[in-house]
Design a protein around this ligand. Structure first.
Ligand code: ANZ
Ligand code: ZN
Length: 802
């Protein structure tokens, strides 16, 4: 009796795959292709955690199945290796980030290989490799030339602890998503990317892709399209003040106005304001809060009334006060609002706090108690020429009125902001731009790419927020590519999301020195057929990369509008206690240890069996043992193999059913039920006390994508014509999936005399004939006269005889 020595087996097959380049994607563009993609990891110092193998194994199963189905499969891995943790580690330990990255990549790669993932390692990429970031810089230059990269004075989110600017997406709950540090606002001159120019297309083209509904919904919300009007209010200072409103129909209910504390008119009106000190103090206070804190619904409303200037409502000429308050954001709409306390909750709370008039303009609520916001079906009141109209009609009418009177225009707004594309840190792609006093911002010639990171003495950011590159004067000082005069290089680097915005294109042709990837390779492999990744990337990486892809489509680099045909998302793996795994909780499961104890095949199987792939799942050492036992039993089947080149009757139906179920479940992310189905197949086989060669062979192929090492080993030991990786995926016969036979009773004069098996779809004639042919029945009937015969489908044959 041979032992299931998973260590030796896994080592053997991993070496075999490496030596034979089994998973090398071919550049044979005549074959049908399939491109499954998983998010490449950031190679952190902690190494792989048990959350990584879940999505990697899932798409590995898909990749392996597709190869057996005859597809040319591109399944690859790489490293998204620029970023803060590496840099921070480098600073702390005084090692060059390049060396840190190298060490981390080695470790990650070893761990991934030990899982038996079928990546084409020949196509491995690394975003910090100058041959890679050359093209990241090239894309940036193209964006710049298209007017989509620009520098602007920005009120930015500044992490006081990382000393770095954060995108809005990176500020979570008012603190830095990465370090939990305090985030404040700061005005900085920043490189920005105009993702907003693509807002409508990013929204519209979601219709053409197959993403999980919740992924689409999250993107739709994030892009945040809203329709309304920009309305010009008069002021006693003479200036006209623009507001953005989604409810121009409520104009008669506007009883005051609110400016964001950063609104430029405050400077403009400085000498008119009699309470400037109070205003300045409030501005100070507001600058310390994040947008999140400022717009929180249930927070106490604060603000300062501007003394010396009043607003004028354009529909009735009434003078109304103007406030500044932090609940109005400078970065949205026009940074100013008309407040309609009767129909907006925040305005209502503010009006209550400051004792301002509340005028109901849509009937149906009780505005003495609360704002009537859910009023889209109501009727207009207190609104002069809008009275009696429905809200919908009033919206149309007021828009016409505003346009006819030159007081406003219809307007579409998006919540989406332009992308802050700069970091004041070392470990990122240098931005390939120089600043010349005469020519302004000039991109370096493409022939000079890659613009490599220079060596520096220290990677510490400066306290005033300058990149450490600023200190390397002989790198900073250069000449203007346009006019040849002295000029200075940009010292900010690109943010972490740059390299991952196009990496899936590089996989198509990773060694190309002339272009980011050849047109043929891109046309063949793209789009990605199935991309699985974390839900937390929906508004960052997923949106950013769609934007870059669309831009590359516009300039003719790629031929498809969308990079990913399908996007799915997995749930996190939690600790045994149901909490997120973390060092501080002490509930971290180390994948290396799991593999050492149970083997990679058990680990893979377990990660897929752990629960619904889309949901979070707690780790369980008990159920990992169950998966190990299953593989032990698969191994032990070798002891009871009998000859046979087709499925035996007893297991034929369940065999076809299982192949069908596993085939379908892999496509719909139901890996756990696929495994459960294979477990019941094994039970059915065990009941017969043996397995025949045809059954064993097919069972091994079916299980192979999940547990690739053990299945290859048995395949070889059994002398099947291996390896499995060059076999065809098992098929099933739909007709044979149905229960093919049924057991029926045979009665004579109401008494059961025998039980027989008949085909489920048997005719009544045949059933009766078979019943009478039964030995016992025929001897009973001997000498009697049959009076009546009936067949009750699937149940019994009754014979009445005298
Ligand atoms: C008057 C009004 C009456 C409003 C009413 C709403 C309800 P969305 O849908 O998110 O686009 N607003 C406009 N600019 C703002 C800013 N910079 N900061 C905070 N709030 C702002 O929301 C648009 C609505 O949010 C606008 O419509 C405006 O309030 C407010 F019964 O104008 B509304
Ligand atoms: Zn110049």
């Amino acid at each position: 009796k041979s032992r299931y020595d998973f260590k030796a087996i896994e080592h053997k097959w991993q070496k075999y795959w490496d030596d034979n380049k089994t998973f090398k994607a071919e550049n044979d563009y005549t074959k049908p292709k399939y491109y499954p993609l998983v998010e490449f990891p950031y190679p952190s110092g902690q190494g792989l955690h048990v959350g990584h193998p879940r999505p990697y194994t899932a798409l590995d199963i898909v990749a392996r199945k597709r190869r057996l189905e005859g597809y040319n499969v591109l399944y690859t891995m790489g490293w998204d290796a620029f970023g803060l943790p590496t840099e921070n580690y480098a600073i702390k330990n005084k090692i060059h980030p390049e060396i840190v990255t190298k060490q981390n990549v080695e470790r990650f790669k070893g761990q991934l290989k030990s899982l038996g993932l079928s990546f084409d390692w020949n196509r491995e990429i690394n975003t910090t490799d100058p041959n890679y970031y050359k093209w990241t810089q090239w894309i940036f230059i193209k964006l710049f030339e298209a007017g989509l990269a620009y520098k602007s004075e920005m009120n930015v989110n500044w992490c006081t602890s990382c000393k770095v600017v954060l995108a809005n997406e990176e500020v979570v709950g008012g603190v830095c998503e990465r370090c939990g540090g305090e985030v404040i606002h700061k005005v900085k001159s920043q490189w920005m990317l105009k993702i907003t120019e693509y807002a409508q297309r990013l929204l519209d083209d979601l219709q053409d892709v197959d993403y999980f509904d919740r992924i689409k919904a999250t993107q739709v919300n994030w892009i945040g399209r809203s329709t309304g009007a920009e309305v010009d209010f008069g002021t006693t200072a003479g200036d006209s003040l623009k507001v953005y409103t989604t409810r121009p129909d409520t104009l008669f209910g506007a009883t005051y106005m609110v400016l964001a504390p950063e609104h430029p008119f405050i400077e403009k009106w400085a000498d008119k304001l009699t309470n400037l000190d109070e205003v300045r103090a409030y501005q100070q206070e507001a600058s310390r809060k994040s947008d999140f804190e400022r717009t929180e619904l249930n927070k106490e409303k604060t603000g300062v009334k501007l003394q010396g200037v009043m607003g004028i409502n354009p529909v009735n000429g009434k003078e109304i006060p103007i406030f500044i308050s932090d609940y109005v954001l400078v970065s949205y709409g026009t940074g100013a609002i008309m407040a309609v306390p009767a129909h907006d909750t925040r305005d209502y709370e503010f009006a209550k706090a400051f004792d301002l008039p509340i005028i109901e303009v849509v009937q149906g609520g009780d505005v003495t108690k609360e704002a009537f916001t859910d009023c889209e079906t109501g009727i207009m009141v207190n609104s002069d020429f809008l009275n009696g109209l429905s809200v919908e009609e009033a919206k149309e009418k007021i828009k016409e009125w505003l346009q006819a009177n030159g007081k406003g225009v219809p307007k579409v707004n998006y919540k989406l902001r332009d992308w802050v594309f700069a970091r004041q840190r070392y470990w990122g792609e240098p931005i390939p731009i120089v600043h010349c006093d005469d020519c302004g911002y000039v991109p370096i010639p493409v022939s000079e790419l890659p613009l490599k990171l220079p060596e520096v003495e220290s990677y510490e950011p400066t306290d005033d927020g300058q990149s450490p590159l600023a200190k390397i004067t002989d790198w900073v000082n250069t000449t203007c590519p346009k006019c040849g005069k002295p000029a200075k290089r940009e010292t900010d680097t690109m943010p972490q999301w740059a390299g991952s915005s196009w990496y899936f294109l590089r996989y198509c042709d990773p060694h190309n020195d002339d272009f980011l990837a050849s047109k043929e390779a891109l046309d063949y492999w793209m789009p990605v057929d199935w991309y699985n990744g974390g839900m937390e990337h929906t508004t960052l990486h997923l949106l950013y990369s769609r934007f870059w892809h669309k831009f590359l489509y516009d300039i003719g680099v790629v031929s498809c509008k969308e990079p990913y045909q399908k996007r799915t998302s997995h749930g996190m793996v939690l600790g045994e206690d149901g909490q997120k795994m973390s060092k501080s909780r002490g509930n971290v499961v180390n994948p290396d240890e799991v593999i050492a104890e149970y083997g990679a095949d058990t680990m893979r199987l377990y990660e897929m069996f752990i629960g619904d792939f889309e949901k979070t799942a707690p780790w369980s050492n008990k159920s990992i043992k169950g998966c190990k036992r299953f593989l032990d039993r698969i191994w032990s089947l070798q002891e009871n193999v009998i000859v046979g080149d087709s499925y035996r009757k007893e297991v034929e139906t369940i065999f076809h059913q299982t192949i069908k179920k596993v085939s379908e479940d892999i496509e719909t992310l139901k890996y756990n039920t696929a495994i459960a189905a294979m477990m019941s197949l094994l039970n059915a086989i065990d009941k017969t006390g043996s397995i025949n060669r045809a059954e064993y062979r097919d069972l091994l192929i079916l299980l192979n994508p999940f547990a690739p090492h053990i299945t290859e080993e048995i395949f070889e030991l059994m002398g099947f014509n291996g390896p499995i990786t060059s076999q065809k995926w098992v098929t099933y016969d739909e007709a044979k999936c149905r229960e093919s036979t049924v057991e029926i009773a045979v009665q004579i004069n109401g008494k059961i005399k025998a039980k027989i098996n008949v085909a489920a779809e048997i005719s009544s004639e045949d059933a009766i004939a078979l019943a009478k042919a039964d030995e016992k029945v025929s001897s009973e009937l001997n000498g009697k006269t049959i009076v009546k015969e009936i067949y009750v489908k699937g149940k019994l044959v009754n014979i009445v005889a005298k």
